[in-house]
Unconditional design. Structure first.
Lengths: 296, 268, 360
């Protein structure tokens, strides 16, 4: 592969993108930064507060610091749980999906359907579905004798949000993996049969390596989305019971809108944003480095 | 690889589980509220389309549905259109700051809507776009444009660079080459990208509701009407929910072949 | 090590063929002998890949039997057939090194480690891959990757045939020749049956001991390169092999004389078995028609092509176009030239098939 040519006029191609994204990005980010270093006494009076918000936030000894810490770990645990379930499940189901015939089109549409439902409607669906009186899921679990109650039991609530996310987003992993699998030429499977490879060897030596690139996309997208999860817990559990499902976004919202504590919320937003960024950057770099090393 | 029976069964079971909550919603939309509350049934006892007619005959619902569709459509067109040249530039050339710019674009995907809702409100209020579909269009560009660049860049990489060179030798000007030769080659990619843009814009509600109040209220926001002092109108809520799934189902039906074939040229 | 027999093998996708034209591969009887190199040559869509897939087990023929030695393998899965295959695009296992790639088929068959290592070393040496054994396979060039896919087939000592499906498609032209000679060398060293699918006649003629020319689902001729050149059994073989292809002219044949557009010339054999009511053609390769300074048939010159090594003239005999050779000593052509046809290499075709005459 030859090196790409250097051409700074390529910037002109990028300018429209830059314009659209900057408009919606820079000014709001600056607003957030601005709030994060000020305190408000309500209405429109602000005064300089320096880095006090940040120091409180990052110190678990303070109330807000402890609260932030808890929310952060809750969110990380949630993200990891979702990834750990959705990625393997998505790959497995992509392997099971039909490859040809009339079933392909229908399967794709049916699988993609949950992703195309507005997030608050997803919340609504599950709000109904998990109720013990009118929802099938809730009624079934309660019927089997489990102490299942989304609004009372922290574990029920937490697990329910995970189930919702798995239901909602495993289809994305399936679609990406499915497309990746379809891109593997038949010759690879034929060669593997000639070489006498077992089903497991076909998976680990052919399919998984070829899926690597789509899986990077899937993991990144899913991490970002689960880490930012807001609407589903907001609608289904409202962050409760207690603070069992108060993930970072929910907490932010509570502080910013509920307590009109804009400075604190803004500082929290920035720290939160930086964490997402760092995690993605590390993941991205590690994956591209691995890629490069393999070619040598 | 030939599919055996076990994978088929696993897949069918999965699809059934996947569809149950949706079936439940559809079932409830066909029931009356008294029917819903009177006990758990697998099938509606007295199916009725009453709530669908109620929505159809109410101009607020109909208007909101139109609003949602228009901002999603405009956003998808803008996102794909501006992302195409950028994706080409990122894949084909090196230029000062290219890698940083690319990563910066991606960081916008990581901006939680909950964080941006407030500043967005202030920004669009200040520029006089508040409560118009353009506010939502622009706000959704924040994540859809970078996403489109990201996906399309992979597809551009799937087209060999020799094609660009051949076209240049054959005397095609760059715009003619780009539109007549290059775009048809990445048609699958454009289909896949449009699908993703449509999807993320259609399902995003937090920004859409924050940036609008009456004129440009999206469909899903009108659903709060079902929560009233006299109690929950479950049936109405379910019917509205079912309606929100229809446009998405159409879109995926049209791009299903692109999805299946699409990534072959792209990332893999 | 065995021969492969096609016993009335035929294939029609989707089951029951109603007419001759429903067949992707028309009924075919042939024995592929052990130790020979065959080429399957034909234009795209002629059924050569279908035939290869039947032998490898990817396609189960709708009719007939496939025998390896005297064992019926028609319905046996690929992995039990002891064949090796090299595909159009290099198929390698990305995550493995070259050595691991070569060892993979043996590992799957649970051979002891020392045996595997010895065998891998031997094959790597034969294919000039020894220096690359420790490298990741995916970083290598296309021709090295093709050698790895070939090597994965050859490491197995029980292999009865090696199938090649247009293996040089993605190889640089400069390296094609080298890789092909390597294939020849491997063939001589291992005494295997090799079947090589291609649409490139040069590849087929230089690689194979015997060439199977296919057209429209049918094997039209099986023969050595010389046989295909000197005695095409079918007009298609005449067209397809040679550059440019054979000249065919509708003719009236009587005894050892042929008449084309009012001109008469002699044939090498006597034909008194030409049936009436069917189209009759005489065919002669451009190499055996030449411009002459002596007596000959008058032809109008339309165009001259100088190919360096030889010169060709595109002429008309009456209204029939012909390609003829211009001998080195002839210089400066007039508008009308005399041409002479070599009777010994002129053949008669009835309904596209060659008719054997009798010695005069």
């Amino acid at each position: 592969m030859t090196e790409k040519p250097l051409n700074n006029r390529a910037w002109f191609f990028v300018l429209p993108v830059l314009g659209f994204v900057l408009f919606s990005s820079i000014i709001p980010v600056m607003t957030v930064v601005n709030y994060s270093v000020q305190d408000t006494m309500g209405a429109n009076s602000f005064f300089w507060n320096g880095d006090q918000w940040f120091r409180d936030l990052l110190n678990p000894a303070t109330t807000i610091g402890a609260r932030f810490n808890d929310a952060l770990f809750r969110t990380l645990a949630f993200s990891l749980a979702c990834l750990a379930i959705e990625i393997p499940l998505g790959i497995a189901l992509a392997l099971c999906a039909p490859r040809k015939g009339w079933a392909v089109g229908i399967s794709l549409v049916v699988i993609a359907l949950p992703m195309l439902i507005p997030w608050n409607v997803v919340g609504t669906i599950w709000q109904i579905f998990t109720r013990a009186d009118i929802g099938l899921f809730g009624a079934t679990l309660v019927g089997t004798g489990l102490r299942y109650n989304v609004t009372q039991e922290p574990i029920s609530a937490w697990m329910t949000i995970v189930v919702i996310d798995v239901w909602h987003w495993t289809p994305l992993v399936i679609l990406l993996s499915y497309a990746g699998l379809r891109a593997i030429p038949d010759a690879y499977y034929q060669a593997a049969r000639i070489d006498g490879a077992s089903r497991w060897a076909v998976f680990s030596k052919i399919e998984l390596p070829k899926l690597q690139k789509v899986l990077v996309i899937a993991v990144l997208l899913r991490f970002m989305q689960t880490f930012m999860i807001y609407t589903e817990p907001f609608v289904v559990t409202g962050g409760g019971p207690g603070s069992a499902t108060t993930f970072l976004s929910i907490d932010l919202d509570k502080i910013a809108l509920g307590q009109v504590d804009l400075g604190n919320a803004a500082a929290m937003s920035l720290v939160y944003y930086l964490i997402t960024l760092t995690v993605c950057w590390i993941f991205f770099t590690v994956m591209t480095q691995l890629e490069r090393r393999r070619d040598v | 690889m030939r599919n055996g029976t076990l994978p088929k069964i696993v897949f069918i079971v999965y699809v059934l589980i996947l569809m149950t909550p949706i079936y439940w919603l559809v079932k409830m939309s066909l029931q009356t509220n008294t029917d819903i509350m009177s006990g758990l049934t697998l099938f509606p006892r007295h199916p009725t389309l009453e709530k669908y007619f109620e929505i159809y005959n109410d101009p607020t619902w109909v208007h909101a549905f139109g609003v949602s569709l228009s901002y999603v459509a405009i956003n998808t067109v803008i996102a794909v259109a501006v992302a195409l040249p950028a994706a080409y530039a990122f894949n084909r050339y090196r230029f000062i700051g290219d890698k940083h710019l690319f990563f910066w674009l991606l960081t916008n995907l990581m901006a939680p809507a909950a964080v941006f809702a407030m500043p967005f409100f202030q920004l669009y209020y200040a520029v006089g776009l508040f409560d118009s579909i353009w506010a939502v269009v622009l706000a959704h560009c924040l994540f859809n444009v970078p996403l489109a660049v990201w996906i399309l860049e992979g597809f551009v990489g799937g087209v060999p660079r020799e094609i660009d060179e051949t076209a240049a030798i054959d005397g095609y000007s760059f715009p003619r080459f780009f539109i007549l030769i290059f775009l048809p080659l990445i048609a699958n990619g454009i289909g896949v990208t449009a699908f993703f843009c449509f999807m993320f814009s259609w399902v995003e509600q937090l920004l859409a509701t924050t940036l609008t109040s009456t004129h440009a209220l999206p469909f899903a926001a009108v659903m709060t009407r079902a929560y009233s002092v006299s109690g929950m109108d479950w049936s109405l809520l379910a019917a509205a929910g079912v309606l929100t799934m229809i446009p998405g189902a159409f879109v995926i039906w049209f791009v299903r072949n692109h999805i299946a074939k699409g990534f072959a040229l792209g990332r893999v | 090590m065995t021969s492969i027999t096609l016993d009335r093998i035929a294939h029609a996708y989707g089951g029951k063929p109603r007419s001759e034209s429903d067949y992707q591969l028309k009924p075919f009887q042939h024995v592929w002998e052990q130790g020979l190199a065959y080429a399957l040559l034909g234009p795209s869509g002629c059924g050569k890949t279908t035939l290869l897939n039947i032998i490898s087990g990817l396609v189960i023929p709708s009719e007939g039997r496939l025998l390896f030695g005297d064992k019926d393998v028609t319905r046996l899965p690929t992995e039990q057939r002891n064949i090796a295959q090299v595909f159009q695009f290099p198929v390698i296992y990305d995550t493995m090194t070259v050595a691991e790639n070569l060892a993979f088929p043996l590992k799957n068959r649970r051979l002891p480690k020392p045996v595997i290592e010895a065998r891998v070393a031997e094959i790597a040496a034969m294919l000039d891959l020894t220096a690359d054994l420790g490298r990741r396979a995916r970083g290598l060039t296309a021709d090295a990757k093709q050698k790895i896919s070939l090597g994965r087939g050859l490491v197995r000592s029980d292999v009865s045939a090696v199938l090649f499906d247009e293996p040089l498609t993605v190889i640089d032209p400069a390296l094609k020749w080298e890789l092909r000679s390597k294939l020849k060398a491997v063939h001589r060293a291992l005494d295997l049956l090799m079947i090589y699918v291609t649409h490139d006649q040069i590849e087929a003629l230089t690689f194979a001991d015997k060439v199977v020319v296919m057209n429209d689902g049918r094997a039209v001729q099986i023969g050595t390169p010389a046989e295909l050149f000197y005695r095409p059994e079918h007009t298609f073989v005449g067209y397809f092999i040679g550059s440019p292809g054979m000249n065919f002219m509708p003719a009236a044949v009587k005894g050892d004389r042929a008449r084309v557009a009012g001109f008469e010339f002699g044939l090498g054999q006597v034909y008194d078995n030409v049936p009436a009511g069917q189209p009759v053609q005489v065919g002669v390769r451009p190499e055996f028609v030449s411009v002459t300074s002596g007596p000959g048939l008058p032809a109008q010159v339309r165009r001259v092509a100088d190919l360096g090594r030889k010169r060709l003239a595109y002429v008309s005999l009456g209204d029939h176009p012909l390609v003829v050779t211009i001998p080195r000593e002839v210089e400066g052509l007039g508008e009308v030239v005399a041409i002479s046809i070599d009777p010994a290499n002129t053949h008669v075709y009835v309904a596209d098939a060659r008719v054997q005459g009798r010695a005069p």
